[in-house]
Design a protein around this ligand. Structure first.
Ligand code: PMV
Length: 321
């Protein structure tokens, strides 16, 4: 049977950076994210007779090497759960450039998990799908549930999964992404996670986490945008401080990234309430209230070096098509 699923990318408000179990992809801390309406993956999976290996394409390119192994390993997990041995045809397409820190592994593994499990005849709950997606790529577990999502770190395979804190329409905010580069990044997030312990500041980051998470949940619940934005921006800087102070140092920012960051701070002083966050890549996500999205989009588009601007609202999670 052929199944097709779509899943959104997500932007982490409180980041997952560092694992306590690499094999199981158990994160060191809980994280929080919003699913994004404008950047997503559509994946079709069909288990068929007569294939001797999985045939996988992403954005119409045949996938080989390490990437192929990682996807095949995920299909193996699903085959094992379903008790089948058939190989699969997988066709996956993103509506945004992959490998640039725009969370293509999150939307990709979430869509793959839903499409492949259905195609294999499994009928999994949201929690089971989130656990399974996590084994493919950590942040993918947050692209399964809808809206504002929390990933509970847990301490075992079955206790580490994401769930919806608030539905997508709980708060009408926007994430306006300034794409400043579309080159595939040199250092993967997998390598980055492995380097955290070499930062002298990492223990302090983890120590502060529970309080930070409590505060951001309160800000979202009360729809307090300035408190929310301040926590989000400070958290992004905190994670990048870990990256920059790791060995090897990971510097994901480009001159354009910095230009956008400075502009956001200047505009805020001038009354435009917006806050930035940045994942493991050079692109800048700018959070604002719905009423300011158009103004922000125009201003970001005019910045030298910004290639494209994508406006997102909070969206639902992974869905079968
Ligand atoms: O799931 P991964 O291994 O691609 O790690 C994601 C890491 C960040 O995007 C930087 C943070 C996050 O929580 O999404």
């Amino acid at each position: 049977m052929k199944s097709t699923a779509t899943a959104p990318a997500n932007i982490a408000l409180i980041k997952y950076w560092g694992k306590k179990d690499t094999g199981l992809r158990l994160p060191a801390n809980n994280s929080l994210s919003i699913n994004l309406s404008g950047i997503s993956t559509v994946t079709a999976v069909e288990f068929v007779d007569g294939l001797i290996e999985d045939r996988i394409s992403i954005d119409r390119w045949v996938v080989t090497g390490v990437e192929n192994k990682r996807i095949t390993a995920h299909l193996d997990r699903i085959r094992q759960m379903a008790g089948i041995h058939l190989r699969a045809k997988v066709e996956s397409n993103n509506n945004f450039p992959k490998g640039t820190g725009l969370a293509s592994s999150a939307s990709g593994f979430a869509a793959l998990t839903l499409a492949a499990s259905c195609s294999a005849g499994l009928s999994l709950s949201e929690k089971e799908l989130s656990i399974l997606a996590r084994l493919g790529s950590g942040s993918a577990c947050r692209s399964i549930p809808s809206g504002f999502v929390e990933w509970k770190a847990g301490n075992s395979n079955l206790s580490s999964y994401a769930y919806s804190l608030f539905p997508a329409d709980y708060w009408d905010i926007r994430d306006v992404i300034a794409i400043v580069g579309s080159d595939v990044k040199k250092i993967s997030s997998t390598e980055g996670h492995a380097a955290v312990e070499s930062s002298p500041f990492y223990k302090e980051r983890i120590r502060e986490m529970p309080q930070k998470i409590r505060k951001i949940k309160e800000a979202i619940r009360g729809r307090d945008f300035s408190e929310f934005g301040e926590i989000v921006e400070a958290e992004a800087m905190n994670m990048h401080a870990i990256m920059i102070s790791s060995r090897p140092a990971l510097i994901y920012w480009t001159p354009t990234t910095l230009r956008v960051m400075h502009q956001i701070i200047d505009w805020r002083l001038g009354g435009l309430q917006s806050y930035f966050t940045i994942d493991a890549g050079p692109n800048v996500h700018v959070l604002c209230l719905a009423k300011d999205a158009l103004k922000l989009e125009k201003r970001l588009t005019a910045i030298e070096g910004v290639l494209k601007v994508i406006v997102n609202r909070p969206s639902n999670g992974a869905t079968l098509l």
